[in-house]
Design a protein around this ligand. Structure first.
Ligand code: KIV
Length: 264
């Protein structure tokens, strides 16, 4: 498959014909595969749960994000790479946000950062964009703000929340983000945002009217144990890995491995 590499301004100006294909990667081998098919690879802070066994994203650090983003970038040639700014690295202090965003950009050579929130982080986003840091927004369900299980429910069901999310989308557009992830909101709300704002939206459990779709790659491959309704699972990789480990263990026990093909 021949893929045209988009750049940040192609995305912002909606110069693409097909839905934007966005998936997460945290490692070099997966990034190399995704590079053939994706428009954007997201080094998401979901890495905390997927690779580090954490319960949520609250203990993901800047150094972790930089380490995984470097690994991803080492194998990506034709795809925009966006790196999540982890919790407590940008929300409450603008100069800290700028120095952390610059550190991510400098050390990983990625193309943009992603931050969670809308109106509350308007000034920070505006300041990052003025300092030539491309920013992707993230509204709706904000994993960094989840405190309890019920916070994972779809957003926009009550009027106040519905209006706040619209307000967040408009604020991020005004602050200059080049695109915005809309996570786990009712379809009617996502559709309304898609009519109101001009920058591309990337849905995750939002709506088919979004300009692109993003999912956590481990979720679609069946590596994650429990996935939300909005995920389509294409494989049961965990089971297949376990089956192969069992075969290897059996070979060792039966002295079938190593054989003369495996030593010198
Ligand atoms: O961290 C992540 O993987 C994300 C996606 C779920 C959008 O933010």
């Amino acid at each position: 498959m021949i893929k045209k590499k988009l750049n940040i301004s192609d995305i912002k100006n909606k110069k693409f014909k097909n839905p934007l294909i966005v998936l997460t990667a945290y490692t070099a081998p997966l990034a190399e595969i995704l590079d053939k098919y994706c428009d954007i690879i997201l080094v998401g802070d979901s890495v905390g749960m997927v690779l580090h066994g954490m319960k949520n994203t609250s203990n993901v650090t800047l150094d972790m994000m930089i380490m995984h983003a470097k690994a991803v970038k080492s194998r990506v040639k034709n795809t925009i790479v966006v790196v999540d700014m982890p919790i407590n690295t940008y929300e409450n202090n603008q100069s800290k946000a700028l120095s952390n965003a610059k550190k991510i950009m400098r050390e990983t050579n990625c193309d943009a950062v992603k931050v969670e929130g809308g109106l509350k982080i308007y000034k920070t986003v505006e300041m990052l964009v003025k300092n030539k840091i491309p920013v992707m927004g993230h509204i709706g369900l904000l994993p960094q703000s989840v405190k309890k299980e019920s916070d994972y429910r779809a957003k926009g069901r009550d009027l106040e929340n519905y209006n706040n999310i619209i307000r967040d989308a408009i604020a991020l557009q005004e602050a200059g983000v080049f695109s915005v992830v809309i996570e786990c909101v009712i379809k009617e709300l996502a559709d309304k945002i898609n009519r109101i704002i001009n920058i591309p939206t990337i849905g995750i459990g939002a709506s088919d009217t979004c300009d692109g779709q993003v999912l956590v790659t481990a979720d679609i491959l069946g590596i994650t144990k429990k996935v939300p309704k909005f995920v389509k699972v294409y494989d049961q990789l965990n089971t297949r890995i376990e089956n192969n480990i069992k075969k290897y263990v059996r070979d060792l026990k039966l002295k079938k491995f190593p054989s003369k093909n495996n030593y010198y």
